[in-house]
Design a protein around this ligand. Structure first.
Ligand code: PA5
Length: 356
């Protein structure tokens, strides 16, 4: 299998036709801009009326809800549920805040869940760049956070996540996030200089990881709570950007099932790279589990172990540092395979065939 040289800058120009790498570089700017778009929507919520929050969306538009759930798990006074389907859970009613997120605004499952929320009298906020969702929300008098179009949904995570974070924080459902957001933006701006295409692999962690992962199947392990969703984000980014299979699970649950599966077939297990996403905020027993699992169990099965560490102090910074490394790695992996990281032809084809 050919390996394309990640130090050849002309290769990026040839392969990355729709500027995925530029969009990744811009993530901290996008997060900052999202503050402005959120304020423009002027959302005012009465905290006492909200018994639970349900974020409904799919794929790249659901990830903001996943991040919110992971971040807010130990901070938010009401449960946060991420819904990925045509209808909403039975508990949704007038005491629910439903955040309908669709970057395109045209995802059929999300539009259906939006109508379900309307039928049940929930409070609704829509986050979208336009499409049917925006039109219907305006018609229905529902608050809309409108974000710029022109990106892939998975590259619009800043636009789709920050409004959710701010809306909950403004409503008093989360403590103020100003300080954590400030630290996160500063950290990501520093990281991007080390991770960008102009930085050679000896100083660029994302390029080194992409080189390692070339020709292998990544299995990403994170931990329950703060980093839980990040293994899944790495997986989906590797799926969509690098067009490669990848798998994800999290501690401690994986210690109760997946570790048994690293035995056979030997020749395929030897092709796996187990990437462990490590946060200094992990429960000490989680850290111990990670060490025992990688040292004693996965490596003895013949697969390789790779540890990736969160950076920064705050919860938000640690989450986004891991997310950011994964976004860069997945796009470099695409280039290492000689692929453009942007097109998702199979998703488009499926949507088209379903609409016919
Ligand atoms: O990455 C993608 O293109 C998908 O995962 C989409 O996000 C998903 O199909 C939903 O579309 P939208 O984000 O426009 O609602």
């Amino acid at each position: 299998m050919d390996f394309f040289n990640l130090e050849d800058e002309s290769l990026f120009k040839t392969l990355d036709k729709s500027n995925m790498l530029r969009a990744i570089y811009n993530l901290p700017d996008q997060m900052e801009e999202a503050v402005f778009f959120t304020r423009a929507a002027n959302v005012r919520l009465d905290k006492s009326q909200i018994k639970q929050v349900v974020v409904t969306g799919l794929g790249g538009s659901a990830v903001g809800g996943d991040l919110l759930r992971s971040y807010a798990g130990d901070k938010c006074s009401v449960p946060i549920v991420v819904n990925r389907g045509y209808s909403l859970p039975a508990f949704v009613g007038s005491g629910s805040l439903v955040v309908a997120v669709s970057y395109s605004g045209n995802t059929e499952e999300t539009l259906s869940a939006y109508h379900d929320a309307r039928r049940r009298g929930a409070q609704i906020i829509a986050i979208t760049s336009g499409g049917e969702l925006k039109q219907q929300a305006i018609r229905d008098g529902v608050k809309v956070v409108t974000v710029p179009s022109g990106l892939q949904p998975r590259a619009a995570t800043g636009y789709l996540f920050i409004p959710q974070l701010l809306i909950l924080s403004d409503a008093g459902l989360l403590p103020s996030v100003d300080q954590e957001l400030g630290e996160t933006l500063k950290l990501l701006r520093k990281m991007r200089e080390d991770l960008a295409p102009g930085t050679a692999a000896d100083r660029n962690l994302a390029k080194r990881l992409a080189k390692k992962l070339h020709g292998r199947i990544p299995v990403i392990h994170s931990a329950v709570g703060l980093t839980e969703i990040l293994g899944y984000r790495w997986k989906t980014q590797i799926n969509e950007n690098a067009q490669s299979l990848a798998f994800a699970h999290h501690y401690p649950e994986l210690n109760h099932n997946e570790i048994v599966g690293f035995d056979v077939p030997h020749e395929l297990v030897a092709k796996l790279d187990v990437i462990t996403l490590i946060s200094s905020k992990n429960h000490p027993q989680i850290q111990k589990r990670m060490e025992i699992t990688t040292r004693e169990l996965t490596s003895s099965s013949g697969c390789r172990n790779i540890d990736v560490y969160a950076q920064g102090d705050s919860d938000l910074a640690q989450m986004f540092s891991l997310l950011y490394i994964g976004d860069w790695v997945s796009s470099y992996l695409a280039v290492a395979y000689g692929l453009d990281p942007t097109p998702v032809d199979k998703i488009q084809l499926l949507k088209k065939m379903l609409a016919e």
